[in-house]
Design a protein around this ligand. Structure first.
Ligand SMILES: [Zn+2]
Length: 201
C-alpha cells in the first residue's frame, strides 16, 4: 500500500500531505510538476520554492517520503486544467515506481465552489486521463483515486495547517517577484480574494 500525491506548493495539497504522513505509516510519494504556462509568468517559481520548503518541513516534522519533480512548459493559449495534467503525469510517476505498488492516487482538492465551472466534467476528464495512462502498464490491481481533503473548506485547511506551513505555501495566481526567492501576493486574484474573505491574509 503506497500513495502518490501531486504536490502543488499550495495549502490544499500541503494539508493532504500532512494527512497522508500522519494518518498511517504507508509509504508516500509526492510529485511536483513545475507548471510554466501562459496563465502567469511568476506563479510556477513561487510554487516550486514553496514545494521544496513544504517537503523539507514535513520530512523534519513527520517522516521521510519520496519527492520528485518534473517540468511542464506550455506557452500556448489553452493551458488547460491542472487536474488533467496532474492525472497524466501522475500515471507516469506511478509507473516509474513499479516495486512500490502505488495503489492510491491522491488529489488535494478541497470542498469549495469551483467557480470556473464544469467541475463534474473536469473530474471525469482527470479520471479518464489517469486510467488511460495506465492502459499499457500491465498492473495486476487498479489504483484508486482518493481525495484526502475533499471534506475541508479553505478555512478548514488553513486552520488545520501548522502556522509554519501556512506561511510557507503559495496561494496567489500571479505573484510579484521581489527578488531573493521572495514573492508578494497580487492581492486581487481569485485566490488572494478567497484568503481575504476568510480572514487569512
Ligand atoms: Zn493573487
Amino acid at each position: 500500500m503506497a500513495t502518490l500525491l501531486m504536490l502543488s506548493g499550495g495549502a490544499d495539497s500541503a494539508a493532504a500531505l500532512v494527512k497522508l504522513l500522519t494518518d498511517n505509516r504507508d509509504p508516500v510519494f509526492a510529485h511536483h510538476i513545475i507548471i510554466a504556462d501562459s496563465e502567469s509568468p511568476t506563479r510556477y517559481k513561487a510554487e516550486n520554492i514553496a514545494c521544496d520548503r513544504v517537503v523539507q518541513y514535513c520530512r523534519e516534522q513527520y517522516r521521510d517520503f519520496v519527492y520528485t519533480k518534473s517540468l511542464w512548459d506550455f506557452q500556448l493559449r489553452y493551458f488547460g486544467w491542472n487536474l488533467t495534467l496532474c492525472a497524466f503525469v501522475g500515471a507516469r510517476v506511478l509507473r516509474s515506481f513499479p516495486e512500490a505498488k502505488i495503489n492510491r492516487y491522491a488529489v488535494g482538492v478541497i470542498d469549495e465552489p469551483h467557480s470556473l465551472g464544469m467541475w463534474k466534467e473536469r473530474v471525469e476528464e482527470a479520471q479518464a486521463t489517469f486510467y488511460a495512462g495506465l492502459t499499457t502498464a500491465g498492473l495486476t490491481y487498479r489504483p484508486e483515486i482518493v481525495w484526502p481533503v475533499a471534506h475541508m473548506t479553505k478555512a478548514d485547511v488553513l486552520n488545520f495547517l501548522p502556522p509554519a506551513l501556512k506561511e510557507m505555501v503559495s496561494f496567489c495566481r500571479n505573484p510579484f517577484e521581489v527578488g531573493q526567492n521572495m514573492f508578494r501576493p497580487c492581492g486581487k486574484c481569485i485566490s488572494c480574494n478567497t484568503r481575504k474573505n476568510i480572514g487569512h491574509i
